[in-house]
Design a protein around this ligand. Structure first.
Ligand code: UDX
Length: 437
């Protein structure tokens, strides 16, 4: 969408016809701020297709951004990439020059495999086209995908051939030089600096993507580990985060202790990284520990509830927030869902609220009479023995804690993201329990 907005003709292909239908009618298949505005503004430069067709022959640059879900052994599945490459190859025409770009997060070595596969497929079908392959990992975050696309902090291009680098430089020039009309719904962040385009070899580009996600994941797990210590010694991890984050070598981002990470990237990418290491008999205990600590956080929340309520069987627990983070309706690997499943296992009744992820959560959790879904957080809290705040939606910061304490049956408020002021919660009559404070 951002590419179309800066002036490129963009043809999308997705085998999921429902997604393509939605996009054609101007709607976004996922909640992503600004997408629908851009679909409207740039409709004349956008096309949507259910399969790879002849139009590919006219393209200069072909971006592959299909999913690489984890297989049972933790390795990332690359079958969809290979299928896409073969379908693309069928359309390419003699004498033409293309740049084939791998944007998906792929196991190390995949770009080499793609280059080999495209070359072999073209030879087998006697097509005399020239195809340069480049790795161009994507760093955007869900919920701020367009902001991250328009205002990236860096663009990484891993390619063997300078022609591929040139093609991507042309593609991204409007972002590199910030020469596009900034969409009204996605303002340029204050103090934004022009991003560098970093060129490297394809294998290093592949590692950059995994290393970035693993580092962010372990930064969060690190502060969660410190949060556990803070609980023992009587310190406040929110203060500790602030104190260490001011050191520019550490930085303030990704230091919020709580229920830990979920989503479609960190869990999958840390697992894939470990699986890649194990192919060489190479252990990665730091990455492994980041996962252990992360998943322990979910169990910690249950322990806190048990500490306050004793047996959870027959108790009613309200859960605020289901999405894996605020700003998205994505519930993949959402810590909230894990907490809910554990509560159900322990015999609790669960009432849940989320501003936009209720439907997706319902689909993921299935019909269960022990889960009730609410559009209104106060209705959700009625008669609850305890509340768990699992996703830090901004609206939860403005909840009337006094009203909660009136309508709940119990008083326990577990702040799984440390967003509520403990003093205010206590003044409102709630038994406040944070993470690491
Ligand atoms: C991540 C990377 O940030 C992005 O660069 C990459 O391209 C894809 O993976 P995303 O999965 O959209 O993006 O979410 P992100 O904002 O990174 O948050 C991941 C998880 O970490 C969420 O569950 C969030 O709640 C959690 N988190 C984040 C914390 O628990 N504490 C923090 O301080 C920050």
């Amino acid at each position: 969408m951002a590419l179309a907005h800066v002036g490129h003709e963009v043809q999308f292909v997705d085998l999921d016809t429902a997604k393509i239908e939605m996009l054609r009618s101007g709607r976004s298949p996922i909640h992503e701020p600004g997408v629908e505005d851009l679909l409207k503004i740039n409709a004349h430069r956008l096309g949507f297709f259910e399969k790879i067709g002849e139009f590919v022959a006219e393209a200069d640059i072909i971006l592959i951004a299909v999913g690489t879900p984890p297989k049972a052994n933790g390795k990332a599945e690359t079958r969809f990439i290979e299928e896409a490459v073969i379908e693309v190859a069928k359309q390419l025409k003699d004498g033409a020059v293309y740049t084939l770009v791998v944007k998906s997060t792929v196991p190390i070595g995949t770009n080499r495999r793609v280059a080999e596969l495209i070359g072999r497929t073209l030879r087998n079908q006697n097509t005399n086209a020239e195809v340069f392959v480049a790795s161009n990992p994507e760093f955007l975050r869900e919920g701020s995908a367009l902001k991250d696309a328009f205002f990236p902090d860096r663009i990484i291009v891993g390619a063997e051939d300078p022609a591929a680098v040139d093609a991507l430089q042309r593609l991204y020039r409007p972002f590199l030089e910030q020469t596009f009309d900034v969409p009204a719904s996605i303002p340029r962040p204050e103090g934004f600096m022009l991003p560098p385009l970093i060129t490297t070899d394809p294998t290093s580009a592949e590692v950059i993507k995994y290393a970035a996600n693993a580092f962010l994941a372990l930064k969060i797990s690190f502060i969660n580990e410190i949060a556990g210590l803070c609980e023992k010694v009587g310190a406040d991890v929110v203060e500790v985060s602030r104190g260490i984050g001011l050191d520019p070598r550490i930085g303030p981002g990704f230091l919020n202790a709580g229920l830990g990470w979920g989503g479609s990237c960190f869990p999958k990418d840390t697992l894939a990284l470990l699986a890649m290491g194990s192919e060489f008999g190479y252990e990665m205990p730091i990455v492994e520990a980041s996962r252990v600590v992360n998943f322990k956080q979910r169990a910690c929340i249950i322990k806190k509830l048990q500490h306050e309520l004793k047996a959870l069987r027959g108790r009613t627990v309200g859960v605020l927030g289901l999405a894996f983070k605020p700003g998205t309706d994505d519930v993949r690997e959402a810590p909230a869902l894990d907490v809910i499943r554990r509560l159900l296992d322990l015999g609790a009744h669960v009432r849940v609220h989320d501003p936009i992820a209720l439907d997706n959560a319902h689909k993921a959790l299935g019909d269960d009479p022990e889960i009730e879904y609410f559009n209104d957080p106060y209705k959700m809290a009625e008669g609850a023995d305890a509340i768990v705040l699992a996703t830090e939606w901004p609206m939860y910061k403005d909840l009337s804690l006094g009203r909660f304490s009136e309508i709940m049956r119990g008083r326990v408020f577990i702040d799984g993201r440390n967003v509520i002021d403990p003093g205010e919660a206590k003044a409102a009559g709630l038994q406040y329990v944070g993470v690491g404070r």
